[in-house]
Design a protein. Structure first.
Length: 319
């Protein structure tokens, strides 16, 4: 057979494709069952609440990454854009500029990195991997210069309340994270821009041929990812009480893995917001369970890296 796949291979691909659609919910169910058996503390109300708070930061990052992956791109700069945005917030707050201005500057700092990435990728046609890898390094250096390599404390009652308070049983972190997810879902599935994002990722030349301004659409995707980093930075500072300048490579890897595990394709043109939410919960549940069971933190990157490799393998059958 020359122009078609062998029947056996085709059937195998279809089986993997079907399994890939349910990888995140199946994995989440397995993880919950395994840690429920391993420790009675896993499914307690307080632990699930803490797990969701931790997952909120990853979820916001993954939503930005979702839009970039939808246009067949990747944003490696999130690992440094988050601490950069947090550092801007911390520096501004320590300088007496007030919390509102400081949060606004953090959002603008994250957005600025995303816009620069988008301009270099879309307008100058540079490779997204190289652009965002370069941004990862440059922005990390700027963060260290701004903070002198030290964590900047942010003592704010409002941010503390954001991390621990909520509406009844709903914590503010969950509400904000799921509002971000809902907005991304609305953008992708209910707006013309969302249709253009999916079309651009599916076939950029065909999208250009029907009059879609693909450069503008790709810029929107990268800018949105940068803005998501700014939002995640605010949550990060609220949770930790300070701006930590260290690279967040674990969140970078997890943001990509959550998107792919959720059913989106690294080749673009396919997105699943609900799947990405499930993927983020899966990854955070894994780390949370390891901590409760008492498994060394040194094994956690091994587990996350293995999931990333598994997600990359799954992505072969997503197109």
């Amino acid at each position: 057979m020359t122009d078609t796949q062998a029947p056996g291979r085709l059937g195998l691909d279809l089986s993997f494709a079907a399994a890939a659609r349910f990888a995140a919910p199946i994995g989440l169910g397995v993880v919950f069952l395994a840690f429920f058996i391993a420790t009675p503390d896993f499914l307690t109300t307080s632990n699930i609440s803490d797990l969701l708070v931790s997952a909120s930061i990853l979820l916001v990052l993954a939503m930005g990454q979702q839009l970039v992956v939808t246009v067949a791109g990747i944003d490696l700069s999130v690992g440094s854009n988050l601490p950069w945005s947090a550092a801007v917030l911390g520096y501004a707050y320590a300088s007496g500029w007030g919390l509102t201005v400081s949060i606004g500057l953090a959002l603008l700092a994250g957005l600025a990195v995303g816009v620069v990435n988008g301009l270099l990728v879309a307008r100058l046609n540079m490779t997204d991997f190289i652009v965002t890898l370069g941004s990862l390094s440059v922005v990390s250096g700027l963060t260290l210069l701004l903070t002198s390599g030290n964590t900047v404390p942010v003592n704010s009652d409002f941010l503390r309340g954001l991390a621990i308070d909520g509406i009844g049983p709903l914590r503010w972190f969950w509400v904000l994270a799921f509002v971000v997810a809902a907005l991304v879902g609305f953008l992708l599935y209910r707006t013309r821009t969302g249709t253009y994002l999916l079309s651009t990722g599916g076939n950029i030349e065909a999208a250009r041929g029907v009059g879609i301004h693909v450069d503008r659409i790709r810029l929107i995707a990268y800018a949105s990812s940068g803005l998501a980093c700014g939002v995640a930075a605010v949550l990060f500072v609220a949770r930790t009480g300070g701006a930590d300048p260290s690279l967040q490579t674990d969140l970078l890897l997890s943001s990509i893995a959550a998107v792919v595990l959720g059913g989106s394709s690294l080749f673009g043109g396919k997105a699943s917001v609900l799947g990405t939410v499930t993927g983020a919960l899966l990854l955070q549940s894994l780390i949370n369970g390891f901590t409760l069971v008492g498994i060394s933190q040194y094994y956690q990157p091994v587990a996350v890296g293995s999931v990333v490799l598994g997600a990359a393998f799954i992505s072969r059958f997503q197109k």
